[in-house]
Design a protein around this ligand. Structure first.
Ligand code: AMP
Ligand code: ZN
Length: 110
């Protein structure tokens, strides 16, 4: 997607503070952190949001969940973390490329 900031990061055309990548996804630090640690887990495949996921994305969505513990522990979030996926304008999504927020460090319960 030509005008997608996360696709540009994945392509290496826009810099990021990368913490992890594999063949299916990248993880980098959010540029405007909402917690002491704020990572974005972003699939390399451009899917607009959870409203667009299909059965064929099942392995990818499963992989996103399964890599979370390693990413969180490596980022120092040994006692736990919060995950958030904003979906569409009704969910406050700003970047139209599916991503999962990983937040940790001094979070209040909500
Ligand atoms: P969302 O509101 O769920 O779409 O979240 C988009 C997130 O992407 C926000 O928390 C932004 O701070 C973050 N973001 C936008 N551009 C960049 C960028 N170039 N590098 C890192 N994070 C970004
Ligand atoms: Zn994209």
């Amino acid at each position: 997607m030509d005008d997608c900031i996360f696709c540009k990061i994945i392509e290496g055309d826009v810099p990021c503070d990368l913490v992890y990548q594999d063949d299916k996804l990248v993880v980098f630090r959010d540029i405007r952190p909402k917690a002491k640690t704020h990572l974005l887990l972003v699939p390399k495949l451009h899917i607009k949001s959870l409203l667009e996921v299909q059965g064929e994305h099942g392995d990818l969505l499963s992989h996103m969940m399964l890599v979370l513990p390693k990413i969180a522990i490596d980022a120092g979030l040994k006692t736990g973390f919060r995950t958030v996926i904003n979906t569409g304008p009704g969910g406050g999504q700003e970047v139209d490329h599916l991503h999962l927020h990983v937040l940790g460090g001094g979070l209040a319960k909500f």
